[in-house]
Design a protein around this ligand. Structure first.
Ligand SMILES: Nc1ncnc2c1ncn2[C@@H]1O[C@H](COS(=O)(=O)NC(=O)[C@@H](N)CO)[C@@H](O)[C@H]1O
Ligand SMILES: [Zn+2]
Length: 500
């Protein structure tokens, strides 16, 4: 896999006066700034460079490490310092004249309409993507996301691009990580958990269960109690009708777990199945197919849709608004992409789902209060390296729609964190999100307000597997090394079952 960039760094005056300094930087760069963060020899390379009377033109190449768009920013910084200080020449901007990514691929992409991708050419086992990106896109990791999107397609088969929309909102300061193992591997070794019998399913022992409950308690103590959220229990088997009103019925099919009832409770009807098992000790799945009814819906997927059945068709008194509720009553199930994953990507997961509804002002205010509380939790209690990004609203992604919502307020903020064991350029993991869903659900479920003002809603999904994956990936498995607020709540390590 190879990145190539031909860039022109626009200078405020003819850079030839700084030729010596530029030569020095270009000569050393591959060993210094373009090598930082990469395994030996895998940094970015300078293929060529030259000066025009108003720019420094450079050709860069790279593999997976120090990608050309990161490399050119590092070069720009070094050149700007050198030229600025001694020659009072500024670097005005950066034009990417040619930006290509070549990826090994078995086949061409079916859907070539990917944002910022000018062309996709497939020949002899390679996909050549020609990008049309500016400095902002290069800073916002757009090329990385295009690569991830294309690699995901390779891995999952190219079933239509849900082009990701992603814009960095905020990032915490860097932290030194003293641990860089894959926490799932470590937890398996220490017997904290075991893989369940099902795909992407885990059995949590006393230690990880304790950690889940510590995180849950932090959410209760720091958010739900102080901000006045009331607990409810949302149904966990979701009927088609709910997903028709929520919009999931447009696109949920490839990733949901379906639920079918028996055609009848009459035991005689099932006698042949039971006899078959008793004789063969095999479950006659083929026979079952004719004896079960049509799927009535599926297992909980997004967690909030079934709550709207409580408000559907109602008019809500003004003094009941804003309504602040949450649910942690059961599991969510998604038929996730193939391959063996750690606990960061599972088919059965545990989430606290917060839902709030009211007028637009009330929802925007509630969301802001919530974001502030999360900022406190991740900076002061969990002590994480993390960031927030504005992304395609979760409900659009789940309906297979790309892009962003109509207005600039409606949308999803993804909370992401690096997993040190994935390496410096490794993909960050989304560990929760906060969304303003606009009028979508009150409209979808026909919910009105006494004042007649349009109702808005928001929701936030706190994934306990994800919090745990991020927390342990950054802090390791030794409670002595955990931030005090987590260590205190965790208490004494539960006794471990000893397997001989
Ligand atoms: N396969 C999975 N494994 C573990 N956690 C998951 C998985 N899928 C989603 N989650 C958790 O659930 C959170 C919200 O999921 S979401 O699809 O992004 N958003 C929604 O469904 C919204 N209804 C808010 O919950 C994610 O941020 C993540 O923390
Ligand atoms: Zn939700």
């Amino acid at each position: 896999m190879e990145f190539y960039l031909k860039a022109s760094l626009k200078t405020s005056a003819d850079p030839v006066v700084g030729k010596e300094d530029i030569e020095k930087i270009m000569a050393e760069a591959e060993k210094t700034i373009l090598a930082k963060g990469a395994p030996a020899g895998e940094g970015a390379k300078i293929k060529s460079w030259s000066l025009s009377d108003k720019s420094i033109d450079v050709e860069l190449m790279s593999g997976r490490y120090v990608r050309v768009h990161d490399a050119v920013m590092r070069l720009k910084k070094a050149l700007a310092e050198a030229l600025g200080k001694t020659h009072k020449i500024g670097i005005r901007g950066l034009d990417a004249e040619v930006f290509t990514i070549s990826v090994p691929a078995e086949h061409d992409l079916k859907n070539k309409k990917i944002p910022y991708v000018k062309s996709v050419d497939f020949n002899d086992g390679n996909l050549l993507l020609t990008l049309d990106v500016g400095e902002a896109e290069m800073r916002n990791q757009v090329p990385d996301r295009i690569l991830t999107l294309v690699e995901d397609k390779m891995e999952q088969g190219d079933y239509g691009a849900k082009a990701e929309h992603w814009n960095l909102l905020w990032e915490s300061e860097d932290r030194d990580f003293h641990y860089s193992e894959d926490p799932t591997e470590d937890m398996l070794k220490q017997g904290w958990l075991k893989r369940g019998a099902g795909r992407g399913q885990w059995i949590h022992g006393p230690v990880t269960t304790r950690l889940f409950r510590v995180f849950e308690q932090i959410v209760v103590d720091e958010i739900l109690a102080p901000l006045g959220y009331d607990e409810m229990i949302f149904p966990k088997m979701v009927m088609w009708d709910i997903w028709k009103h929520s919009g999931h019925a447009k696109g949920i099919y490839p990733e949901m777990y379906y639920v079918c009832p028996p055609k009848t409770r009459d035991p005689e009807y099932w006698e042949d199945v039971m006899d078959y098992y008793k004789v063969t000790h095999e479950v006659p799945v083929e026979m079952l197919k004719d004896k079960i009814g049509d799927p009535i819906g599926g297992m909980c997927y997004a967690q909030c849709p079934p709550s709207w059945g409580f408000f559907q068709g109602e008019t809500i008194a003004n003094d009941s608004l804003p309504i602040l509720i949450f649910d942690r009553s059961g599991t969510s199930h998604r038929y996730e992409s193939g391959g063996i994953h750690g606990i960061e990507r599972v088919d059965e997961f545990h989430r606290i789902e917060l839902v709030w509804l009211g007028t637009k002002e009330q929802v925007v205010e509630t969301t802001k209060l919530l974001q502030d509380r999360y900022m406190h939790i991740f900076n002061d209690l969990l002590d994480l390296k993390w960031r927030k990004a504005w992304v395609t609203p979760w409900f659009m992604a789940q309906e297979g729609i790309a892009g962003v919502a109509a207005d600039e307020v409606t949308g999803t903020t993804d909370y992401e964190a690096p997993l040190p064991y994935r390496g410096a350029e490794g993909e960050w993991l989304e560990f929760q999100n906060v969304s303003i869903n606009g009028e979508k659900y009150p409209n979808g479920f026909n919910v009105k307000s006494q004042s007649g003002e349009k109702l808005w809603s928001g929701c936030s999904g706190v994934g306990l597997e994800r919090w745990t994956a991020v927390f342990l990936a950054q802090h390791g498995l030794d409670p002595e090394k955990w931030p005090p607020e987590v260590k205190k709540r965790f208490g004494k390590m539960p006794k471990q079952v000893k397997f001989l």
